[in-house]
Structure formats: structure tokens, C-alpha cells
Design a protein around this ligand. Sequence first.
Ligand code: T5A
Length: 211
Amino acid sequence: MTQARFITLEGSEGVGKTTNLEYIKTLLSAQGIDFIVTREPGGTALGEQLRELLLGHKHDGMADETELLMMFAARAEHLDKVIKPALANGQWVLCDRFTDATYAYQGGGRGIDFERIRILEDYVQGDCRPDLTLLLDAPIEIGRERANQRSAPDRFEKEQTDFFNKVREAYLSRAKSDPQRMKIINAALDLDAVKSQISDQIKLFFSHSDS
Ligand code: T5A
């Protein structure tokens, strides 16, 4: 596997992204792949500050457009300082959320026109897109229940069920329109069953990356 690959992990609140990221790390390491792990919003010093502003409650009620532009501001920094240099250096990038989250949360959840998001995506990312995206999908109640057990709700987690249903729908619709890249994982199952699906998809991806 010569060319570095960009893998992202997506899904609504509490579906198990962070948990399964650890598992994916073991799969990549077992193949001897040199990789970095990062996340959005965040991944750089500036991006992590923007994350605090976006997820914290200090600016409850910020305009939807402000939220959208801050996501892309953090992403521009992330691409410039972390993602593009790593890929250019031959390192794979494993990222907890990326632009599919913007389509799902700011597009689906907040109702911002997808076309506006696409324009920003082209502007900020150029032709940089993930090679593989694993979408962890589960009914909203399951994810929220899991997330609630863990920590106090952030600014997004305070949204209502309707918001998260729209987020989930937007994710699923993106996966449907780009099945080659975006693979749906049934995250409602127990952890072993989720890992087994992830392992299958990563193996398949490795075999395509080899050819
Ligand atoms: N956002 C982000 C946008 O609005 N636009 C954007 O463009 C971007 C990039 C980021 C927030 O920002 C928004 C989306 C988000 O609201 P985040 O921390 O990345 O926040 O996302 P969260 O979804 O809040 O992440 P969480 O850490 O809450 O959820 P995870 O990572 O999906 O879940 P995890 O792994 O922590 O698991 C939660 C609990 O469930 C258990 C785990 O042990 C843990 O206790 N669990 C399971 N239990 C049973 N069975 C399973 N299969 C389980 N899997 C996990």
C-alpha cells in the first residue's frame, strides 16, 4: 500500500466513534501502516480553540452561518497544518468527523442549503476528500442514551430529537449517494458486532488500496 489514505469516521451523538477509532488504530497498526489520528472540529491549536467556542455554552444561540463558517475555518487550518502535510508525507490520516458532519449537522440539522456547503467545501478543501468514510448508524435514542451516560451535554447534544433525526437522515442520504466511499455500519449492535463490520470494511478497503 504505497499511497497514503484519508479515512473518516462519522455518525450522530454517542454512536461509538471514539470507541471504534481505537479499534481502527489497531487494524492499521497490524498492517504496519504509518498513520496519524485527528478530529474535527479541532486537530490544531487554533481548531481546538474554535471547538471550545462551538461546543461550549458561552455562545448559545450563535447564528447558523457563524457555526458553519467556524467549522470550515477550523477545517482550513486542519487541512493546512495537519491533514495535507501528513498525506504528502505518506502518512494515512484517521479523522474523527469531517465534512460529512457539516452536511449532516449544519445542512440536515440546521437546514442550511447543501449547495452553500458544497461551495465552501470546494473552496476550503480543493480536491481533498476522504477515501473511505465509515458511517456509524444507530437510532437516535440509542446514541443519546450512550452519550448521556458519559458526560454533560455540549451545545449540540442539547438539541432535540427532531434535530438529530434530520442529522441521521442527511448522513444516510449522503451514504446512499456515495456508496463507494461511505460505508454504513450498524452501530446499534453490541460492540463486538460493530467491530466485526468495521474490520470487514477496512479489509475490503485494504484490498482495493493494494490493487
Ligand atoms: N459537528 C462537527 C458539526 O456540527 N459540524 C461539523 O462539521 C463537525 C466536524 C463534535 C460535535 O460537533 C458537531 C457534531 C458533534 O455534535 P464530538 O465529540 O466529535 O463532537 O461528537 P460526539 O458525537 O459528541 O462524540 P461522542 O464522543 O459523544 O460520541 P461517540 O464518539 O460517537 O461515542 P463514544 O465512542 O464516546 O461512545 C459513547 C458511549 O457508548 C459506549 C461507549 O463505551 C461510551 O460509553 N458504546 C457502546 N455501548 C454499547 N454498544 C456499543 N456498540 C457501543 N459503542 C460505544
